[in-house]
Design a protein around this ligand. Sequence first.
Ligand SMILES: [Zn+2]
Length: 419
Amino acid sequence: MVRGLPHAFRRPPRYALGMPELPEVETIARDLRGLVTGARIIAARSDWPRTLRSHEPEAFAAAVTGREIEGVGRRGKQLLVWLGPANVAAALGSPALGAAAAPAATPEAAASEPAVLTVHLKMTGQLFVVAAGAPQDRHVHLVLALADGRELRYRDMRKFGRMGLYRRDPETGEPVEGEAVGVLATGAEPLADGFTARRLAELLARRRGRLKTLLMNQDFLAGIGNIYADESLWRARLHPLRDAHTLRPDDVRRLHRALRDVLAEAVERRGSSVDDYTAPQGDGSMQEHLQVYQRAGEPCERCGRPIRRIVVGGRSTHFCSWCQRLPAKQREAAGKPLRSAADGGDGSSRRPAAATRRGPRWTELSGEGALGRTADEEARARRVAATRKAAATRRAAARGGATAPAPVPGATSPTGGAA
Ligand SMILES: [Zn+2]
């Protein structure tokens, strides 16, 4: 098979792509739940073996064929697609079934046991439910054919997404203990009922390190990435470099509230359609309501001073240096990373070092009269706008190729009827 260069090398983006976080994956789960619950899988095909963590493509097809989709859930940033035991009679009776899909039970997912398919979309993974005859572009790498004439298609431009099929623990809905080690996040679910301010305080008390890095650690909290870490810290007025263990009870309460509020609002708005995220029933609108993420140079909604961008743990970090102060004791220790990330600097990119030296360092700005943008900030804002426009164009093209010619029957309910 002849392949061109991986996409990532052909067109390096100016900004690192983010991946869908809790609100985006929750939106996809809700859409899918409404669209495919009760549907039976009659065949599977894939052309990129690395997408599958647990099986070779033929073994995977054999293991999913004949199973009914019982529901769709989420753990952290991953989807959980719950599959019932294989209905061998239904599978054998299907004309679409090839010889390779004989019900040969694999030890990983015996046909008689309920299974769970974990789906990690990573940066560019997308899921669409379309009529079987709908046109398909070259980025579709895995297809589950359904008995009702539709297909669940997995599209992934960069092919970093991963799926795994495992026996299901009936209690948790997750893979049985020991079967998918390291696949799912182990951190607390921030929107769960049991996630209280007291619980967050307990978790924080055991941790060292900077708040931004900690919030994005999937074994601390599950589902938070760059967007919602920056947004919740801005809402809580906490500096991203703040040492986690120095939070006072009042800080913890504000952070808890900010996390829950911003995530719930984002779920309500169907997530932030930045980069390549789109859900089976359409884009989200939270990107229009983000206060700091990718808004470097724009005035802070609270104080009017420009939003700053620094790099923390290799990730762009957006915040207001006026509203989100570091305690005096920590300023000295944090000075180095802050100074190394000059105003507007993006240490994570291959941008020439000289470019990061234009304009005053943000640490040198008084904060007085800093409304509006410097020339550098203006240029950056234009680039952000162009990047967003390009991403929106890519999403529109993906949807057009995947869904426009063949509207999905019964796919009109915006909530999928299963929220
Ligand atoms: Zn501010």
